[in-house]
Design a binder for this molecule. Structure first.
Ligand code: MN
Length: 182
């Protein structure tokens, strides 16, 4: 299945709608600061047939549908457990340790965030990393896979307008593709 991961569209609906139409995903995850009615974004993706998940960004108050947005979303899919948050509450501008540990506290192996407007794809620090390294061999990454699709509307840090597509097979194997629209 194809999961479209976007963030920080900040009221600029054009590229968001274009990408949703182009990718035609089986699931949509918006990581916050849409500043646009979530129900409308979800309708572009084909909700309710297509599941859509929205988390609240620091700019999402006037335009958001309270019934559709939450601060954090945790769900399971094909043997994986996802943690989704905008990231401002985990202070991601100052580092990803809190985000990584919060995801792990909830048993998640995949962690999605936005807010920075800069794409990111790496493994996070682990809870009890000393013990895990001791058990599994030094240097083994044991934190969650942490992904940020960047901003689909207002890129920063030298990045381009972009998003991520996660292709997940039935057996849980997955690949992540970062795509730009410029
Ligand atoms: Mn933000």
């Amino acid at each position: 299945m194809k999961i479209l991961i976007v963030s920080d569209s900040h009221g600029i609906s054009g590229p968001l709608r274009t990408v949703i139409m182009k990718e035609s995903p089986d699931m949509l995850i918006h990581l916050g600061d849409s500043e646009y009615p979530q129900s409308e974004i979800a309708s572009w993706a084909g909700a309710p047939k297509t599941p859509c998940i929205f988390v609240r960004g620091n700019c999402d108050y006037n335009y958001s549908d309270p019934s559709l947005v939450r601060n954090e979303a945790v769900f399971e899919l094909k043997g994986h457990r996802f943690f989704c948050a905008h990231g401002h509450l985990q202070r991601v501008n100052y580092g990803l340790l809190t985000l990584s540990l919060t995801a792990q506290e909830q048993g998640c192996d995949i962690c999605l965030f936005g807010h920075t407007h800069v794409p990111y794809d790496s493994f996070g620090d682990a809870i009890s990393s000393f013990n895990r390294y001791y058990e599994s061999g030094f240097g083994t990454p044991s934190g969650p896979r942490i992904l940020n699709p960047g901003s689909i509307a207002i890129p920063r840090g030298g990045s381009k307008r972009g998003y991520m597509v996660m292709e997940m097979k039935e057996d849980g194997r997955y690949e992540v593709f970062y795509r730009t629209i410029d």
